[in-house]
Design a protein around this ligand. Sequence first.
Ligand code: NAD
Length: 369
Amino acid sequence: MSEIRIAIAGVGNCASSLVQGLSFYRQSGEAVGLMHPDLGGYSVGDIHLACAFDVDKRKIGQPVGQAIFTVPNNARVFFPQPEDDGALVHAGPLGDGVAAHLTAPDESQHVEVAEKSRQTDLADVVNILRRTGAQVLLNYLPVGSQQGSEVYAQACLEAHIAMVNCIPVFIASDAQWSRRFADAGLPIIGDDVKSQFGATIVHRLLMALAQQRGITIDSSYQLNVGGNNDFLNMLERGRLKNKKISKTEAVTSQIVGGMDEEHIHIGPSDYIRFLHDNKVCYVRMNARGFGGLPMELDLKLSVEDSPNSAGVVVDAIRCAALGLQHKCGGALTEVSAALMKHPPRQMSDPDAAAAMESWIVRHAPAPAS
Ligand SMILES: NC(=O)c1ccc[n+]([C@@H]2O[C@H](COP(=O)([O-])OP(=O)(O)OC[C@H]3O[C@@H](n4cnc5c(N)ncnc54)[C@H](O)[C@@H]3O)[C@@H](O)[C@H]2O)c1
């Protein structure tokens, strides 16, 4: 199969893990940590960088493989010298991408906003996407970037490329945006990427399992802490509205009849600098079993946050490429249900995984006879 050329909006920690992973898998030929070593004829090593966009002046102008190691990024380094695909970080339009408290210079993980990003607009992004031959754009902007995400979504439509929306701004799950991608014959996968083995999927499966086993769930919470810029950004609670909806619906959608808001609490809870990219999640369930007798569950899950999303994004990129080949316009519903927290249509995880496998089989090239 030929290569897939990607563009990245937001060269933060998630981009760092993904870019390191592309070289790691290309050079090692390893299958460790992958859900699909081969997906529809594509390996992870077939994914190449076309270009990237950021607003931090320490990242702009650098090769992507170097910019990913620039502060304030603090994701774990597991492949220190990624291959150079010739892709550079360009200034992206600032929009609402950076929370005010993140620009304070006394904040050691602050963002240094480049003047150029205040003068860049949609047309510049479209030109760069076209010039560099990008086929799929990944949206990795900070939580709360509604306007910024819409600019990159529009740029995908104008440059005629696919989009993978990894953040909790509703594009794939918004009827109007999804219709615009459908009309353009372009695939979109979204919204808000599920981690490979993270808080959402573990919490969802535990709740579904309890219910399937006849247990009545009275209340549940999921508290998350971490020390990366994603958590620092989320200290501004005003940016969290869609994040909370996305994470809460991802779990309550698995309970037949839903759960009332008063008995479920899910969200990012605090920023703890020394944790760096380590995310710690605490899940609690209060429930009743046979005879109405009480039971409790407390679970702690500790993961490296950014590689945990990259493991899912490498599948989303390859499905987007298959969708492009087959001119699948609009939201890829089965793939989004399997890989995203807020897809256009929620499914149970086993059903979504099976639906995605069948979608891949239907869209993969026939094996050579
Ligand atoms: N497991 C995970 O890590 C996970 C899971 C689900 C969703 N997400 C989401 O993915 C997104 C990226 O996460 P991250 O950890 O890489 O965040 P990050 O804060 O490390 O990176 C965001 C990057 O975007 C840049 N940026 C800000 N405004 C911009 C603009 N207008 N144009 C271009 N770049 C801009 C910032 O300078 C920064 O480099 C977040 O919204 C996060 O919530 C992550």
